[in-house]
Write a protein that binds this ligand. Structure first.
Ligand SMILES: NC(=O)c1ccc[n+]([C@@H]2O[C@H](COP(=O)([O-])OP(=O)(O)OC[C@H]3O[C@@H](n4cnc5c(N)ncnc54)[C@H](OP(=O)(O)O)[C@@H]3O)[C@@H](O)[C@H]2O)c1
Length: 348
């Protein structure tokens, strides 16, 4: 396993981070524990979760993912050997009534403090290593939104205030480090600038989508990640599993995410399908497994801190962790860049 520094800290995190959002929906508690056992035994020391999970978010499964992880942490006794990341959900226009009071959905003090305390309880721990804002409090582009129409959002919680709330939690020992997610170049730079000015915690990572179908991180954020040492935690590195090629030619594999939840169509538009066909063909031509090739590409990025994989079977998990050992040849890289030029970011 390869390890990278978590931002400017001294913490080493495995280049493969275990994503968990299927626990409580597609995966049972015993599946989850088996995955955690295997991943940790194979060098993974970094686990990503969120108060929001399981996915898709709904009242019946809310908090189950953190609960399963908490039970495993208690059972395994491995809490202190691991870097545990979770997130507080941002404002949602009516789609998270089971998490936030509809009258106050903002990332303000009561909401952040309540969310953190509930996560700690479910996770059965006194602290999280990395506490992330799942998406910005302010209105901006994320979750694949294109174009840009500025919304003057007067109710948005000021970044100074967010930092001060998080700083208090750091002082109390409940959070070690903070991170952003689904944020923009402006957001990341502003968080850094204000932290320096106000002597507040500095963000260590940004968790955004990144895969062969979505390399938009490279446009503005990659430079920031390297220059400011706020590395990428890449999520959906297989584009919800699409890059494995298993949905090509209209296939609907039993029990797979997009068969179960066809509304998750971010990676299934025409250009994404055409690009996937080309990447899968390339992998086959080169004797590579398409999913491992896609993950190995993400692993090879200089701006990456860790690649957050997801798996619903042990076979997938093993294969995905193994991607850390695969180095893509210059020839494969050249072909990948050619496909990217033909189909740039089909699923932003
Ligand atoms: N911050 C955010 O907003 C955000 C958003 C999304 C995810 N995340 C984090 O990132 C993690 C990973 O995201 P993701 O699950 O979307 O990642 P992904 O790698 O794009 O998709 C993972 C899914 O693809 C399928 N799969 C995985 N390996 C495979 C293989 N080798 N062959 C064939 N199919 C395979 C599995 O689903 P099926 O078996 O159902 O096909 C698996 O659950 C999440 O658990 C979460 O921690 C964060």
């Amino acid at each position: 396993m390869i390890y990278n520094k978590l931002g400017l800290t001294n913490i080493d995190v495995s280049i493969i981070c275990l994503g968990t959002m299927t626990y409580g929906e597609q995966n049972s508690e015993s599946d989850a524990h088996q995955q955690l056992d295997y991943a940790v035994a194979n060098g993974v020391n970094f686990i990503d979760t969120a108060e929001l999970y399981a996915i898709p978010p709904k009242a019946e499964t809310y908090g189950l993912t953190e609960r399963y992880i908490g039970n495993w942490l208690k059972k395994s006794g491995k809490r202190n050997q691991l870097v545990l990341a979770t997130k507080v959900a941002g404002p949602a226009d009516g789609w998270l009534p089971h998490i936030r009071n509809e009258k106050n959905r903002r990332l303000d003090r009561p909401n952040i403090e309540t969310a953190l305390n509930n996560s700690l309880k479910r996770l059965q721990t006194d602290y999280v290593d990395l506490y992330q804002l799942h998406w910005p409090d302010r209105k901006t582009n994320f979750f694949g939104q294109l174009g840009y129409s500025h919304v003057h959002d007067d109710e948005s919680v000021a970044i100074e205030e967010t930092l001060s709330i998080l700083n208090d939690q750091v002082q109390q020992g409940k959070i070690r480090y903070i991170g952003l997610s689904n944020d923009t170049p402006w957001g990341v730079m502003r968080f850094i600038e204000l932290a320096e000015k106000l002597n507040m915690p500095r963000v260590v990572t940004v968790q955004n989508p990144y895969s062969l179908l979505n390399r938009t991180f490279e446009i503005g954020l990659a430079e920031i990640a390297i220059r400011e040492q706020v590395g990428l935690l890449a999520y959906s590195p297989l584009g919800f599993g699409v890059l494995s090629g298993k949905y090509l030619h209209g296939a609907k594999p039993d029990g797979a995410r997009l068969t179960l939840f066809p509304d998750y169509n971010r990676y299934s538009n025409q250009n994404a399908i055409a690009a996937t066909e080309a990447y899968v063909q390339l992998a086959h031509d080169q004797g590579l497994d398409p999913a491992q090739m896609a993950l190995a590409y993400v692993n090879s990025r200089e701006f990456l801190t860790s690649n957050i994989i997801g798996a619903t079977t042990m076979e997938q998990l093993k294969s995905n962790i193994e991607s850390a050992t695969i180095e893509l040849s210059a020839d494969v890289m050249k072909h990948i860049e050619a496909i990217h030029t033909r189909y740039p970011n089909p699923s932003p």
